[in-house]
Design a binder for this molecule. Structure first.
Ligand SMILES: [Zn+2]
Length: 46
């Protein structure tokens, strides 16, 4: 599991609460709070 503030690298991360997909397109990007529900935990999708 990944949380807001981490830099887990390129990929798609799915909010564990609402299913929203957040895309990080650079290894230096930081996971934001979920744009839909403000949740802070994600699972990696791809
Ligand atoms: Zn969410």
């Amino acid at each position: 599991m990944y949380t807001t503030g981490q830099k887990p690298g390129k990929g798609q991360y799915q909010c564990t609460k609402c299913g929203e997909i957040v895309v990080l397109d650079d290894d230096t990007d930081t996971l934001p709070p979920c744009p839909r529900c403000n949740n802070t935990t994600y699972n990696k999708v791809g």
